[in-house]
Design a protein around this ligand. Structure first.
Ligand code: MCN
Length: 782
């Protein structure tokens, strides 16, 4: 049997998911099930004077109505899971329902439970909330001003945190030959999964057990946090994440709504379902990004980079979300030097509360923002010193001999060869010819641009000691159990929690190669806290590098035991037994062999085991990686900007990613494509817009432009493979690289096109109106 790792096996899960046989939270229907809806604040900042619930309570279908006051002492505030040390974090409590004040449009004010899904919505409309309006503040810079309204009375200037990493010695910036400065706004965007959030809770009053099905990327984290909020033992609390219509980071966080549904089921003693609506999702679920990044890059006239100083002012929304404190600090600030060997770096992050929905992780979580600033400023530096952006990049890349390489912020990049994917991309592009074409077009008055992004990303979260030291309230190791049934078929239990990434397929490939069995013989159990002993879920592109590695180690343990049984049955010493392609054979004795499935049978029957050996064939492994993994690569966008309309035509998109050993090229490419859609989406189309009163004016898909397949050319995707030494698969993460790289590539291309006017930045998203205005202004028409 030839190896399946490295081949494009089609997704096993598709036969279920693409034929409508998936089982999502909304497919769960339980006897006597009630329905919940959350009444949400329509005001961005107001005191709650009174909530009139009588009419709703009189509705014939209504079973219960709860306000924040009703829950006091019964459900605790929802704690965050990230307290970054040394940043003077001010965390206001976020109760499941606002008690006396609302702080963003979408803040929950009442919970209505009824016996019918439609009736519960009608009843919710009968609730009247009397508000006393307070002034609202939306932007992070405005919120820090002396006269800005305070969201939380005891938090001065609305400043949630101030974090610093790295030092630049005095004189370095001041005496540099060249210093390039720019301020970038990485605007707020929405993760926009196909399935909004969802939760179904079932409490058994007899046993005191609670089961919660919810659309979560990390059910064990949900169990850990909600057990505390609800005051219930983890041993009596099962959290299951059934099929999920995407997460993109937005379903890492533990939300008040999930606590509410669980609480209501326990109070009433019946199952309760809550399914979020699309427009509700945009005000109530965490958003991503919203960072103002001021960068100064210093270096020499010959293009050598010497120091980078970055100030990030992050809009955290009204409360601290689960990962909120980590995204703009650690995730962002440790990677500000990117792929370049810049000796000095310093990052200062200020996190600010505003009257907006909280922000949290969104695909890449801090890393796209970090890549954005370095890749944008490097381009501007190249322009300043008159160098080609590719030449400047190559000059400053961390050299391949330097790995493992410690960056100026202290992170140890595991392995790399940054020129390799860049050279491959240049070849695919026919770069020299492309620049000539650009020149020709410029002479014809056309605006063509080529934009590069040569990124590196920290993922595969990660070494528990490190994530613990930087404030993550959890471990980040992974766990897997490989259970071999008497027939030789296998069930694998994993602590990661896929929600679109195709782990059934790619992890099967790992197990198939290890055990020498077909992938059809391997089934998986994910996302269930009762079946899987522990695990930390799927985010930070960690599942393969950490979870897949745990699977690989557990399978090794199975083979180790099976080998002992085979040796016993074949009556030879263990050292004389070889295992290949699912067969145990005796070295040098053809025909003397046992199939893997025979050993599975023997192990489970236990009629003739080596003395003292425990029956069954099952092994568990807890894998704690020693480091993160650092995928890298080159993304290039080629655009033409229409002078008359400001429209951007994305003509080519070329990417060469190095994610270590590729387990499944088809899946990996799919991940890159999806990631690119979200990154280019941020650059060109997506953007949350609040008005000055804190009303979200882009709260539906009519007002918020999600990228469509037809907006893109065929993405020309390729890989190079530089294995990671950190795990036995040699794999790095691929789930976020597309997003991390592509925002800067798309923006650099447009800025390159507009460079004929001396343009250095246009605020994202690059709507035709904005671009047209810039052109008109530069051409002196305005
Ligand atoms: N893979 C591979 N070779 C590698 C690395 C990965 O073939 N060297 C495969 C994996 O085995 C897996 C997939 O690619 O099937 C992604 O793996 P990995 O990079 O380990 O990332 P995770 O599985 O941990 O996924 C998390 C990542 C994140 S952080 C976001 S956000 C994201 C993403 O994945 N959200 C997604 N991809 C998504 N895809 C879908 N469809 N939906 C989402 O919500």
């Amino acid at each position: 049997m030839s190896k399946v790792v490295g081949t494009s096996v089609k997704r096993k899960e598709d036969s279920r998911l693409l034929t409508g046989n998936g089982r999502y939270s909304d497919d769960i229907v339980l006897p006597g099930m009630l329905h919940a809806t959350v009444v949400r604040s329509t005001s961005a900042h107001a005191k709650i004077k009174k909530i009139h619930v009588e009419e709703a309570l009189n509705h014939p279908n209504v079973v219960a109505v709860y306000t924040g006051k009703d829950l006091e002492g019964k459900v605790g505030p929802v704690p965050t899971s990230w307290y970054v040390p040394g940043c003077n974090l001010k965390e206001p409590p976020q109760y499941p329902l606002a008690i006396d004040r609302v702080r963003y449009v979408g803040d929950g004010v009442a919970l209505v439970i009824a016996d019918d899904r439609y009736a519960v919505k009608d009843a919710a409309e009968l609730i009247e909330v009397e508000y006393e309006e307070l002034p609202a503040v939306v932007g992070q810079k405005e919120a820090m001003k002396e006269d800005a309204p305070l969201l939380h009375d005891d938090i001065e200037n609305n400043i949630a945190l101030q974090w610093k990493a790295g030092e630049i010695p005095e004189g370095v910036m001041e005496n540099a030959e060249v210093v390039v400065k720019e301020s970038f706004y990485v605007q707020r965007v929405f993760p926009s999964p196909i399935e909004p959030r969802a939760a179904v809770a079932q409490y058994n009053p007899g046993s005191g057990e609670l089961t919660l099905w919810c659309s979560s990327q990390n059910p064990h984290i949900h169990r850990m946090v909600l057990a505390e909020v609800l005051g219930i033992s983890e041993a009596k609390f099962q959290v299951i994440a059934p099929d999920i219509g995407g997460g993109f980071g937005g379903k890492i966080g533990v939300y008040p709504d999930e606590a509410l549904v669980a609480f209501a089921s326990r109070e009433i003693g019946k199952p309760v379902k809550w399914i979020e609506e699309r427009s509700e999702h945009y005000t109530a679920a965490n958003a991503g990004r919203d960072e103002i990044i001021e960068v100064e890059l210093a270096g020499k006239k010959d293009g050598t980079l010497e120091a980078i100083h970055v100030k990030n002012t992050a809009n955290l929304g009204a409360y601290l979300s689960t990962m909120g404190a980590g995204v703009s600090t650690i995730d962002f600030g440790m990677m500000i030097t990117g792929t370049y060997d810049i000796p000095y770096a310093a990052c200062e992050t200020t996190g600010v509360y505003t009257n907006t929905t909280p922000t949290d992780a969104y695909r890449g979580a801090g890393k796209p923002e970090s890549t954005y600033q370095i890749e944008r400023i490097v381009d501007l530096f190249a322009r300043e010193v008159g160098m080609d952006p590719v030449e400047l990049r190559k000059k400053n890349f961390v050299k391949k001999e330097a790995f493992p390489y410690q960056n100026a912020q202290g992170l140890l990049y595991d392995s790399g060869d940054y020129e390799k994917p860049l050279n491959k991309a240049l070849e695919t592009l026919n770069y020299e010819e492309l620049r000539k074409e650009q020149e020709r077009k410029r002479k014809e008055g056309k605006l063509m641009g080529i934009g590069f992004s040569t990124y590196v990303e920290m993922c595969g979260f990660g070494p528990s000691e490190v994530v613990g030291a930087v404030g993550f309230q959890g471990g980040t190791w992974e766990n897997s159990t490989v259970r071999v049934h008497p027939s030789g078929k296998v069930t694998v239990f994993c602590g990661t929690s896929p929600h679109g990434q195709g782990h059934d397929t790619t992890f099967s490939q790992v197990v198939a190669d290890k055990l020498g069995i077909p992938i059809e013989d391997i089934e998986f159990v994910f996302s269930d806290t009762k079946s899987v002993s522990m695990g930390w879920g799927t985010y930070g592109s960690r599942s393969t590098a950490v979870g897949g590695a745990a699977v690989s180690f557990a399978a090794d343990r199975v083979v180790e035991k099976a080998k002992k049984i085979a040796a016993h049955e074949l009556e030879v010493a263990e050292e004389d037994v070889e295992f290949e392609n699912g067969t145990f054979s005796v070295k040098g004795v053809p025909g003397k062999e046992r199939a893997f499935k025979d050993i599975a049978h023997s192990a489970n029957m236990a009629w003739n085991l080596p003395e003292g050996m425990e029956p069954s064939l099952e092994a568990q492994y807890f894998f704690k990686p020693e480091n993160f993994v650092f995928p890298f690569g080159t993304h290039v966008a080629v655009v033409e900007v229409d002078k008359d309309t400001g429209e951007i035509d994305l003509q080519r998109y070329v990417c060469v990613d190095d994610v270590g050993t590729v387990i499944n090229p088809l899946t990996a490419e799919g991940q890159v494509h999806g990631g690119v859609a979200q990154g280019v989406g941020q650059a060109l189309w997506e953007g949350a817009v609040y008005n000055d009163n804190g009303q979200l004016v882009s709260g539906t898909l009519m007002d918020y432009t999600l990228p469509k397949a037809r907006f893109f050319p065929t993405i020309e995707s390729d890989f190079t493979e530089t294995p990671s030494p950190v795990n036995p698969l040699g794999a790095k993460g691929v789930g976020e690289v597309g997003t991390t790289a592509s925002i800067a590539a798309a923006m650099n291309a447009v800025v390159d096109a507009l460079s004929v006017y001396g343009v250095t930045d246009v605020e994202m998203p690059l709507t035709p109106e904005k671009v047209w205005k810039v052109i008109q202004e530069k051409e002196g028409n305005q």
